[in-house]
Write a protein that binds this ligand. Sequence first.
Ligand SMILES: [Zn+2]
Length: 240
Amino acid sequence: MTLLAEMTRDELAARMAERPIAILPIGATEQHGHHLPLGTDSFLAEEYARRIGDRVDGIVLPTVPFGYSWVWKDTPGTVTVGHRTLEAYLGDVVESAERSGFGMLVIADGHESNVTTMKYVVRDHAARSSFPVLRLFYPKLSEILAEHLESETWHGMIHACEFETSLLLDARPDLVDMAKAVREYPPFSEEYAYGAEQLGNVSESGVFGDPTLATAAKGRAMFDALVEESVRIIQKARAR
Ligand SMILES: [Zn+2]
């Protein structure tokens, strides 16, 4: 794994004959309860990208720190970008990766609300170009959660929960304060599900689920499974 930002143009040129895989981490900047930092999704995306990069000898691009975080837009510290802005931005990154001469771009996402925009970017790009682009947001997540977690998700959402907290305990334990982790399963919000309610008005702590059960060992096991499945998908696409 190599970090693009730390390479010189000559080092990059020496790699380009092999048409290496570029990996773009994208996260978010938004509250994650009292025990996790606002950059949780970005730190996780970066670690996810680097671990994939280690396996496929990839070149990891700088992390996109902002995503579509509308649901936390009025909670201090959130930096959200609109979905059209994000779509245009990611589209330009894809085109840059293609022009640079990479063999493939893998978008490694750590924030579920970016998923729909990523899908549109990849589909629109495929209509114009044969440059392969994959969009990965924790593949086989529900199976992995079922195997490794002791707690239930809040209606399928992962946010500051046992999953994200375990992953960050493995990736960046220095940024997790387990003494401040609280369990919260707020009542289901129809205004959120079917209307335009923000999550800042749904959960008091900002947590959805039970991070008190998180451990670094679970985080490592889940990261390993996520990376394994991601590498399988990339290698299959690469062989096409
Ligand atoms: Zn998150």
